[in-house]
Write a protein that binds this ligand. Structure first.
Ligand code: PLP
Length: 360
């Protein structure tokens, strides 16, 4: 316990200590079953109970309406970059994409293999340091869906509004901010997220979709990417990521104790505010992101030089604040402060930042 660090990694990232400890207690003998969850048949009664209760907990946490299905899949968020167009492009084969960073750009390129994809908005002109406002969205009223990435993990920006697209369904990559705030799921056609940022260990992908959107997949859609089949089989066409689903259940128990997503929202705001304030008030560091587009989950910042950034990250690691290096594609520094990062970790990082500055 004493040796745990404050881990600011972008993903896989920190998990709530209570969830890890409970998993540890149950690891060799899950609730008298005589075996680990890792050793259980996914068709067993014990696992079915875990599966269904985790699904229910997630439905409760995000207030997911009954006409939406929750899928627990493998392949990471990136596999959904392909599954989404294959399933949702439909007959006219048209989709709108907002490009606000690396992941939405990759998703757009992938969709272009299967249909006609339009760039409805882009922040590439200013190196993705802002989120385009509603007025800048050039919408195709005949698009099968509008795609955006709610939180740009690498660039540290976050949509502070839900795009208004009329009858065109919203498809959203929430990999790095799901469960950090309440979401009106009924405004979306599909929400997806890789679990390793804010939900569970890597290996689980959550898809929440309006059931009526399934069944329009292109004929070439691989079996394992077909939402209609995955819904019909309740995510168990093949073996689901059992251990990760179990871990998600434990994380959701913790989340519920903390007041659910509303509780998370209150805390994440405070954590982000104190960190951005500290950076703004520092002599060495600055944040390149437009203030109104800043992410509460991934705080990117940098000094005047790469060398000093490196020095800072190394000194921070030494002091127990790990993984502060920015993404390899953009450099600089980044503190990912997801749900499981305690307020204390952020406060102490701020202290460390001020201390470091005094020594330079
Ligand atoms: C990490 C991340 C991804 C990629 O997730 P994988 O599960 O590794 O495929 C996609 N989108 C966003 C916003 C991410 O943060």
């Amino acid at each position: 316990m004493e040796h745990r660090v404050f881990n600011f990694a972008a993903g896989p990232s920190m998990l709530p200590l209570s969830a890890l400890e409970r998993a540890g207690r149950e690891i060799v003998n899950y609730q008298g079953s005589g075996m680990s969850v890792m050793e259980m048949s996914h068709r067993s009664k014990a696992f079915d109970t875990i599966f269904q209760s985790t699904k229910e907990k997630l439905r409760r946490a995000l207030n997911v309406p009954e006409d939406y299905e929750i899928l627990f899949l493998q392949g990471g968020a990136s596999t959904q970059f392909s599954a989404i167009p294959l399933n949702l492009l439909g007959e006219n084969g048209r989709a709108d994409y907002a490009l606000t960073g690396n992941f939405s750009t990759v998703a757009c390129k992938e969709a272009a293999k299967y249909g006609t994809v339009r760039v409805a908005a882009s922040s590439a002109d200013k190196n993705h340091t802002y989120i385009p406002p509603q007025s800048a969205l050039e919408l195709d009223p005949a698009a099968s869906y509008f795609y955006y990435c709610a939180n740009n993990t690498i660039y540290g920006t976050e949509w502070q509004y839900v795009p208004e697209t009329g009858p065109v369904p919203l498809v959203c990559d929430m990999s790095s901010d799901i469960l950090s705030r309440p979401v009106d799921v009924s405004r979306y056609g599909l929400i997806f997220a890789g679990a390793q940022k804010n939900m569970a260990p890597a290996g689980l992908t959550v898809v929440i979709l309006k059931k009526t959107l399934a069944g329009r997949h292109l004929p070439i859609t691989p079996l394992m990417l077909t939402y209609e089949t995955l819904i019909a089989k309740d995510s168990m066409y093949n073996t689901p990521p059992c251990w990760c689903i179990y871990m998600l259940g434990l994380v959701l128990d913790w989340l519920e104790e903390q007041g659910g997503v509303a509780g998370m929202e209150a805390v994440k705001r405070k954590k982000a505010l104190i960190l951005y304030d500290t950076i703004e008030n520092s002599r060495l560091f600055s944040c390149p992101v437009e203030p109104s587009s800043r992410s509460d989950m991934n705080v990117v910042f940098r000094s005047e030089s790469e060398e000093l950034d490196k020095k800072f990250a190394a000194a921070a690691t030494e002091a127990g604040f790990t993984n502060l290096k920015g993404h390899r594609s953009v450099g600089g520094l980044r503190a990912s402060i997801y749900n499981a990062m305690p307020m204390e970790g952020v406060e102490r990082l701020c202290d460390f930042l001020r201390q470091f500055e005094k020594g330079v």
